[in-house]
Design a protein around this ligand. Sequence first.
Ligand code: F1P
Length: 356
Amino acid sequence: FMMKEIVEQPAVIGETLSSFFNPRSRTITLPDLPFDWKDLPKITIVACGTSFYAAMIAKYWFEKVADLSVEVDIASEFRYRNMPLREGGLAMFISQSGETADTLAALKYAKENGQHIGSIINVEESSMGRESDFVFHTQAGPEIGVASTKAFTCQLVTLACIAIDAGVQRGVIDHEEEARLCAAISEVPARAAEILESHVNIKNLAEKIFEANDILYIGRGTGYPVALEGALKLKELSYIHAEGYAAGELKHGPIALIDDTVPVIVVAPSDPYFEKTASNMQEVMARKARVIFLSDAAGIEQLGEHAVGSIELPSVDPFVAPILYALPVQLLAYYVAVLKGTDVDQPRNLAKSVTV
Ligand code: F1P
């Protein structure tokens, strides 16, 4: 199931996009919402697991294009915080299944505290859908493989469209900038299809790392949640200990872990932070880490020769890079798991939907 769901992504991302996006006018149209974006001082986004990493990426997007501060939290903690929620605020909940117990409980807490409740879910007829004031239904369809793949990228496309619309409504971006961002998003299905053609390279790289006991992922900006997602996918599927870190955080502790037995996966699209991430990559290489470098042609030309392996991704607007960089981390985890002989569709100890 998992590989089927990975390769379905160009199609389901395209379908999700077409529910909000008009390619002719290059504008985004959302369903009517029960609040005005201009009235919101901040928003709250809550989820579990991979869906939480979608929330983290959305935080960067809303802050950048809508000048809206975003509080994100894992649902399993949110309801224990007694967080002060201002009446009439917006809380959004992300879930593949719409049934995750912690996310549902957090949603109910926010509802009792006077928030407008929105959810981004694959399954419309779900508990979270019923409890929400408005629902963004991704077109990913239900996922069967336990580890989330197409749900994640469809959640991201949905959140990117919501952030852009919020930016327009709040007067932060003009229609020219909206059209530019929409053009970047509209390229995502085709670019995703290109990435999926490079399976063989990713499979070969999996052979270089599958015997490791510990693997680190690093990234900066929206590459940081992609690093977290890469590490989670690898843990879920292959049972290898993996951690994702903000690249700049390495020197605050994790760099002590690095030696020649620890592969480091570097998520580094050409974006305004590339040089800084490149210097973090050099720091780990100086400590003999085996680096797998995820970047575009320009990044690989600059640094690829120093890595033990590179995955070349299409050159895209940095705004959409996290959606596309999700694919190689899914594929890498998949091929490592296949080499280790684990069950990619039904990893041990995991349930597709955590309802207790
Ligand atoms: C959340 C989640 C998934 C993970 C696994 C367990 O599910 O943590 O991200 O892959 O399936 O549950 P959901 O709330 O997005 O359905």
